[in-house]
Ligand binder design. Sequence first.
Ligand SMILES: *Cc1c(COP(=O)(O)O)cnc(C)c1O
Length: 338
Amino acid sequence: MAGYEPGEQPQQDGFIKLNTNENPYRCSPAVGQAVEEALRSGLQKYPDPVAQAFRAKAAEVLGVDPDWILCGNGSDDILTIVTRAFVGAGQLVRLPYPSYVLYKTLAQIQGARSEEVGFERDWTLPDRFGQGDGDLRLVFLANPNSPSGTVIPPERVLELAERLPCPLLVDEAYADFAETDCLGLVAQNEKILVSRSLSKSYALAGVRFGFLVAQPQLIRHLLKVKDSYNCDTLAIAAATAAIGDQEWLAATRARILATRRRLTERIGELGFHTVESQANFTWNVHPERPARQLYEGLKRKRILVRYMDYPGWGDGLRITVGSDDQVDACLEGLEELI
Ligand SMILES: *Cc1c(COP(=O)(O)O)cnc(C)c1O
């Protein structure tokens, strides 16, 4: 198998990084304090296997019970646990296309088959996405989707899930930037599982923490599949402090959405076709300039964006909503190249 290739992480300084949807701002100051406190208490003991402190705080913020929450070493760990729990060799996993490429890799690791169901050109999903027989064991849906930043409305997600013979994992890594989310659906239908990440909206990609919200009878079984100590003491402290600071989240979200509006407008003026994004990135296709050349031109200017090529769909540039200065530098770079 080919293996998943994450976006470039240059180890030298001096790049404007708009390629992996990191938050341009520093995390809540509460995170530093919590990590220092955890260090003072010492690291000689194993962490709490279920990260109860985080579960309790997240439960309070999200309005669910703590036993509806499963913590992971990044939401990628959550996706791995869910795939391992539900999918065996030879069975079928369904993925939307184009979307997050990791889902296919996770299916391959299980020795499972995967089936891609294409988005329509307007980034809606066909009814076929919600149909299947007993062979189908798990369906992934990134919502908001990457690379488009578009959202399938919760009513439609529920409609699709209701007809499915298997769980639907709604990957909400970007939901904090969107207008709607599917958290409320979890209580309505046990087939709906929602994963969240602290990496993007909470500016903690370096920490590795994500979680799943699902009905407790499922969480109980998923706990059997995870590594015993999948989240470390420092990460639990950091994530608990971060989700506890909703004021920081609201302020940071507002800044990023304001920059997203500017980026969307100005990139349109440069002649790009772009879709209205509900995430912290936009997907951009220029009708005349090849995306790969633009990507390479920007890289020579030490600006990294994500070049994506989806066979049968086309290629384009996924640009992270960084700070205003970063986005301006990227727009100026593109203007020169065009
Ligand atoms: C970034 C991303 C993730 C992974 O998030 P981590 O919590 O950092 O593992 C999951 N799904 C999608 C669609 C993402 O873009």
